[in-house]
Design a protein around this ligand. Structure first.
Ligand code: MN
Length: 220
């Protein structure tokens, strides 16, 4: 049972993260996602669906579109597939306590014939079909420590050297909320189904007011 470590680390009476079930992949569904996680240290959790779970790497600096930049990706415990829709705040004092933002999501396509073997070998090449990350990428395990991998962009039409995507994309890919809004449990304009109040004259527009990048940085 590959989710044992995930469950042992968490108290599900205190956190709203999913308990999760290991699903047997019936189809060729391959979920890909990144969660921006303001835990004790800010990092980006990079997740690829493989074998009924989300294989997971914590990338301290996040992905770079520049093929000359290799980002450390620390392999962490497998997460359940349900985790792919989690956005919210893990209570302080709990494992991974802090705000979690869905930063990118989509699907991935392995480039090796035997995907699991490529994972075991520690050399994976794959295409990302995310909202923000696209094209070919690599994850390569370092020889000195089995936990340490490198995430890098392959040079293709989606590679960019002059664009720091983690600094440009500061809102949730799903709810469009900033880290600050998620941590304050402010619902996204999209999820707000109630009609604007007629008494105060305030409309939905007020809730769509954008927070500045400076304010978003405060949460780190
Ligand atoms: Mn994390």
């Amino acid at each position: 049972m590959t989710l044992t470590t995930y469950r042992n680390k968490r108290n599900f009476k205190k956190t709203s993260e999913p308990y999760g079930e290991q699903k047997i992949a019936k189809d060729q569904s391959r979920q890909y996602l990144i969660q921006k996680h303001a835990a004790s240290h800010l990092h980006y959790d990079f997740r690829l669906e493989l074998g009924g779970v989300l294989k997971s790497w914590a990338v301290p600096k996040g992905p770079s579109l520049d093929p000359s930049i290799k980002r450390l990706a620390v392999h962490v415990e497998d997460h359940p597939l349900d985790y792919g829709s989690f956005e919210g705040t893990i209570p302080k004092g709990e494992y991974g306590g802090g705000t979690v933002m869905l930063w990118d999501k989509g699907t991935w396509q392995p480039q090796e014939a035997d995907t699991y073997q490529a994972y075991e070998k520690g050399h994976m090449t794959f295409k990302l079909l995310g909202t923000r990350l696209k094209g070919l990428w690599k994850l390569i395990r370092l020889k000195n420590d089995p936990k340490n991998w490198l995430l890098m962009k392959v040079d293709d039409v989606y590679a960019r050297r002059d664009y720091d995507i983690t600094q440009k994309m500061l809102r949730s890919v799903v709810s469009k909320r900033s880290m600050d809004e998620i941590s304050k449990h402010i619902l996204s304009p999209k999820r707000t189904t109630t009609k604007p109040s007629t008494k105060s004259g305030k409309t939905k527009r007020a809730s769509t007011k954008r927070f500045s990048a400076k304010q978003a940085k405060k949460t780190r």
